[in-house]
Design a protein around this ligand. Sequence first.
Ligand SMILES: Nc1nc2c(c(=O)[nH]1)N[C@H]1C(S)=C(S)[C@@H](COP(=O)(O)O)O[C@H]1N2
Ligand SMILES: [Mo]
Length: 256
Amino acid sequence: MIDRRRWLSGLAAAAMGALLAGCDKLTMNPVVQQGLAMAEGLTRRAQRLVVDRKALAQEFSPAEISPDFRANGSTAPGDPEYRALVEAGFADWKLVVDGLVERPLSLSLAELRAQPARTQITRHDCVEGWSAIGQWSGARLGPLLDRAGLKESARYIVFHCADTLDPNAPAALGRYYESIDLIDAYHPQSILAYDMNGAPLAVKHGAPLRLRVERQLGYKHAKYVMRIEAVADLAGIGGGKGGFWEDRGYEWYAGI
Ligand SMILES: Nc1nc2c(c(=O)[nH]1)N[C@H]1C(S)=C(S)[C@@H](COP(=O)(O)O)O[C@H]1N2
Ligand SMILES: [Mo]
């Protein structure tokens, strides 16, 4: 997989080099000029990529909220650990934040609700060809990661879920999981949602906590999030491709 951040900073360094070279004899050479123009074009494209990735997803008005938001994938996880949490009304539930962080966290729902929050009405687009508009409230992922303190080496954020979607696979492959890079992790609309349409998240939509990563397709929006792990690469997680569906051939970056 391409490390987009490294790749982009390489391009930026090349562009800086070209700028610093200025208008010397070498750059008057037409062949060199052509090369520089190409480098500039590349940099502009890279710039657009970065700018686009930071842009906000469209938000909608309350009147546009779908009366019937479909549930998909796991909708009633049978995993015993999860069933026990449901039966206790998630009183014992804790979100673990660990991996490449300075201060590992273990947070209750009340503690998560006290974190910097955001509410947004967005459209969910599933790769299967359906969409729905919903209102989501949750803890902003960026400030939460800052509270844990990402180490220099952290490149991706992995979301470990409570549900086994493929009971025929070994546990590490059957459990749902997802991952995003730091650009999406720090995007202002990336939240860990605990409310949907003004009420606590229903089990079918990922109670008690699910990711909203609004610039990407539905399968990136991990439901039943139990643990958030900061990692340097994705090779050691699940099947190594960065997500349950990615391990089964889907794109890791599912931008919309
Ligand atoms: N843990 C978990 N997260 C998941 C899934 C799943 O099966 N398990 N399905 C994904 C898919 S394909 C979609 S479209 C959305 C569906 O979210 P919804 O049920 O709230 O509509 O959740 C995503 N996140
Ligand atoms: Mo989906």
